[in-house]
Design a protein around this ligand. Sequence first.
Ligand SMILES: [Zn+2]
Length: 241
Amino acid sequence: MGCIVVSVHDVAPPNLAAVRTLLSLLDRLGVRPRVLKVVPNFAGRWPLAESPELVRLLQAEVRSGSEVVLHGYTHRTAGSLQARWPTRLRARWFAAQDAEFLSLSPDEAERRLRAGLEQLRTVGLQAEGFCAPGWLAPAWLGPLLRALGFGYHVTMGSVHDLATGRRLLAPWFGSVGTGGLHEFLVHVGGTLGAGAARTPYPLVKVFFHPQSPRTWGPQLARLRRALRTRQVTTYRALLHG
Ligand SMILES: [Zn+2]
């Protein structure tokens, strides 16, 4: 049986109510465990530790088998973009505000990754994996993540096992809630991913963004179909199972 990893992005205090709603909709489909992509200091204004309600929710999720993935530090672009042009263009067009890890020097990225792990640790959580906001990551990020002890790196189309170097390609479907061309392209990619979900391909991933409830319905319908032939898992279980 193929696997499916279901992720909720941008888990942070200002999105708490929507995250709760989304998780209860996933509960109705029996989607457990799931992956929670946590932003430890969203927009530089919402430290995780200052939202005890969200901390309790995450602790309960982890107790029931779900997995926390570190998802940037502030999720906000901090300076000029430093990537090479195809990635830089993608960031400018689609995620100008959210290209945090394309706007940092390696030293600053390391500082934020350490700070993010520390913020999780202070509330009793840990993350083995990292996913950059907008999936926008410079080429040097993988080695830095490995040096800091991360086990894997989630990119848009794959999961990179940092211990073995193995890359698992993962067709996907989901929504980003941005509207416009970006949403359209995600829709096209998602149509391919939903098609792949009906094949024996071993891994498919699904992502939801709490900020855009109007985009959840079609993805939940696709997910319901995929669950007929796929087993829900987490990245950690997938890489170590
Ligand atoms: Zn995000």
